[in-house]
Design a protein around this ligand. Structure first.
Ligand SMILES: [Zn+2]
Length: 266
């Protein structure tokens, strides 16, 4: 029998008995937010927790990695105005993640990854992983199902702007949801949306960052091209993200900080 990797299914003595030297805990960070007319609100939660679960099933028994139940509501205020979007603010999300990190540390673990499904969380993840590293000396990671993904070749017919501007309810998200939970995809409602981003060098793909909300760019909630997703491509993209996540987990388990060389002779 494969080892139990879902921490909430263990007893506390089971957790106590884990060799924590390199053991990694991974928390999926999902969302409940609009994903256009064709994908469920739960898309980012399904992707982060689904890909992680499949990746963990493939690990050899000697790889010490454990997963937690996902956070299902996070910082989605850019999707306000679309019914069904639920969100917590930046400060609340920071506090939730910091407190989870502290209790993972209190349980004896030294390595923790926030496995993110929602782009709107990235700024907070950078700040809180740094602070947990600083406060508790933990080895902290943030990444996603796409972190170690190989480049995806888009099929004929998909708008080429998807490559750089497809960020939400787009081709890749539609493919992974179609592969994981096909009944939740309303394919006949999948339509591309690429607004006329200003060509000033500021914006989604410019050198400067102009802050935005989804309603600034899209009336459907889609930012990208979610069409032409066949069963074969969906399976291929899911496999790409699962095998990439297996690599990512192994890299994190093996990860060590390089000791700085002593140059000042002290
Ligand atoms: Zn999403």
């Amino acid at each position: 029998m494969a080892i139990q990797r879902f921490l909430p299914y263990m007893t506390w003595p089971d957790v106590k008995a884990i060799d924590k030297t390199n053991a990694l805990v991974v928390l999926p960070v999902g969302a409940t937010e609009q994903h256009g007319h064709h994908l469920p609100l739960y898309t980012d939660t399904l992707i982060s927790s689904g890909v992680l679960e499949l990746a963990m099933e493939r690990l050899e028994d000697e790889v010490p990695a454990y997963r937690l139940s996902p956070i299902t509501i996070s910082k989605s205020n850019e999707h306000r105005g679309f019914p069904g979007t639920l969100w917590i603010g930046a400060k609340t999300l920071y506090d939730v993640l910091f407190d989870i990190g502290r209790s993972v540390h209190e349980s004896g673990f030294r390595k923790l990854c926030f496995f993110n499904g929602h782009g709107g969380n990235i700024g907070i993840l950078h700040a809180v992983t740094r602070d947990l590293r600083d406060e508790f000396g933990m080895t902290m990671f943030a990444g996603s199902a796409g972190t170690f993904m190989d480049e995806v070749t888009l099929p004929e017919g998909v708008d080429p702007r998807e490559k750089t501007m497809g960020i939400h309810a787009n081709f890749t998200e539609t493919a992974i949801i179609k592969a994981l939970t096909p009944d939740l995809v309303k394919e006949d409602k999948a339509k591309p949306c690429f607004p006329d981003y200003p060509e000033t060098g500021i914006g989604l793909v410019g050198k400067g960052y102009g802050q935005w909300k989804t309603e600034d760019w899209s009336s459907t909630g889609v930012l990208g091209d979610p069409t032409h997703v066949t069963d074969e491509i969906a399976a291929e993209i899911l496999e790409n993200s699962v095998s990439g996540t297996v690599r990512f987990i192994k890299e994190m388990v093996a990860y060590e900080y390089a000791k700085p060389t002593i140059e000042d002779g002290l």
